[in-house]
Design a protein around this ligand. Structure first.
Ligand code: FES
Ligand SMILES: [Fe+2]
Length: 477
């Protein structure tokens, strides 16, 4: 057990209670997933990419955007995944629907804007039109279509639908019309995250980074903290990523990164340096000036303060367990959506495959913030795709919405994509040797393999506690 965990558990608990989210501590063991190397070809093989498309991307639930982006009738949002483009739109009848964004005349991309408002969508090629409920509005000059002399088959020409559902203020979709309900797919981890009350959050920024690596390299880059000490030396000055709790939750998983402390691998864990002041002590707000303890213990004081404030805060602190009050809850829903969360703010990472090239992916960064009551809604900067070839300046990619030091951390994470993609192709590469702190990666790749082989489908998902050594939910605390 890491030092920080011992220190956290040894503190005087400011509140005992029936918290909705099951905490990570005391730590729960996971089943043995073995020690076999994970092969490299999954990152570059076109056949593997196609198998993922057939068994995973077209079958699993995917996050789209905030429901409040589609609050007005006619509001639409276009989302790309792999070779497909999807149109999500609130009809004049108030129902949000999702469709393949494809003109049913000759296959043109129907809507070529990213978002907007429309009563109807007109294909620029020959002017066919669809209403915002997906039904056909106009077939230009139907008399020219001899095959429809007896009547145009309007129902068949409606935009092909996808399944849509909402959870926690987010719109999700699934290409498989016959899939299971979203809540059943998300399982227990969704319940944990509901305590943050995402419905009250705004998406304050959404940026996309094109990376020259397979999408799974990007997932893997963020689903372990074993790399912190080497790649992010700044981060261990104000947080702990060394030997942290990990849980496999059905096909999903989570880990706990400790905030507002100093890693056990750092010699001086006590001094309040400028970096620790900025990222840890400021979390105490107006109480920061009076703090005279060790830098490693700031998180304990933050928990104490937030418990004291829970009756008066606009944040749902009362619903959170002590870990959630200060630390970073990091959840990944299979296959490609991560929530990394603290009270009142968080980031959603979404990883998308390239349309044709297994050597490229898109990394979406969606910044969420809960607004204080009475404060105005912040206008979101324009969404931009930052192309890899542009040598992205991560600090400038965010319009004051993300701390520059953390943006530099992101640059460090992105810096390995191209070199990982190159290295795993080497004839000498015998597979990835994963440690127990990389257990989520092993579980992720095994889950992918099970989907591809047909051993797993959305109809045969393991329960959320299938991989945990201790008993069913609720017995751990
Ligand atoms: S391709 Fe869309 S109207 Fe012809
Ligand atoms: Fe990282």
């Amino acid at each position: 057990m890491a030092k920080i965990e011992q220190e956290f558990l040894a503190r005087e608990n400011p509140r005992e209670g029936d918290f909705q989210a099951r905490p990570f501590m005391p730590r729960v063991g996971n089943v043995d997933l073995g020690t076999e190397p994970v092969d490299g070809q999954r990152f570059y093989s076109p056949a593997f990419m196609q198998a993922e498309w057939d068994t995973i991307w077209t079958k699993t639930w995917q996050i789209v955007t905030r429901v409040d982006d589609l609050s007005e009738p006619g509001a639409f949002f276009v989302h790309e995944l792999g070779k497909e483009s999807f149109l999500f739109v609130k009809g004049n009848d108030g129902v949000i629907r999702g469709f393949y964004n494809v003109c049913q005349h000759r296959g043109n991309r129907l809507v070529q804007a990213e978002d907007g408002e429309a009563d109807a969508f007109t294909c620029p090629f020959h002017g066919w039109q669809w209403n915002n409920d997906g039904s056909v509005k106009t077939v230009a000059d139907p008399q020219f279509f001899r095959q429809w002399d007896n009547g145009v088959p309007y129902d068949e020409l409606a935009l092909p639908p996808v399944r849509v559902e909402t959870w926690a203020g987010w719109l999700w979709f699934n290409m498989d019309l016959d899939t299971i309900p979203l809540k059943d797919y998300l399982g227990e981890p969704a319940e944990h995250l509901e305590t943050y009350e995402f419905e009250k959050f705004d998406m304050i920024d959404y940026q996309t980074f094109e990376w020259n690596g397979n999408w799974k390299h990007a997932v893997d880059a963020f689903n372990e903290s074993y790399h912190f000490a080497s790649l992010h030396p700044d981060m261990i000055e104000f947080g702990e990523g060394h030997d942290i709790p990990i849980e496999l939750l059905g096909i999903h998983s989570r880990m706990l990164n400790f905030n507002s402390t100093v890693s056990e691998v750092v010699d001086d864990r006590d001094t309040i340096t400028p970096l620790r002041d900025h990222f840890a002590l400021k979390g105490l707000g107006s109480h920061a000036a009076g703090y005279s303890g060790s830098a490693k213990d700031i998180h304990l004081e933050i928990v104490r303060q937030r418990r004291e404030q829970e009756d008066d805060s606009y944040l749902p602190l009362k619903r959170m367990n002590d870990e959630q009050l200060v630390h970073q809850y990091h959840y990944t829903f299979f296959p490609n959506t991560t929530f990394t969360q603290t009270p009142g703010s968080g980031v959603v990472f979404r990883y998308r495959p390239h349309a044709t090239d297994p050597n490229k992916c898109y990394y979406d960064f969606l910044i969420m913030q809960q607004r204080a009551p009475g404060s105005p809604k912040r206008e979101r900067p324009p969404h931009k795709i930052h192309r890899h070839r542009e040598r992205v300046n991560y600090g400038e990619a965010f319009d004051g919405t993300f701390d520059p030091i953390l943006a530099n951390v992101l640059a460090q994470d992105g810096s390995n994509m191209e070199t990982m993609q190159a290295g795993v192709k080497s004839d000498s590469f015998k597979g990835m040797n994963l440690c127990e702190q990389e257990l989520r990666l092993r579980h992720f790749h095994q889950t992918i393999d099970k989907f591809i082989s047909g051993e797993l489908t959305t109809k045969t998902l393991p329960p959320s506690d299938a991989y945990l050594l201790k008993g069913p939910r609720g017995t751990v605390r």
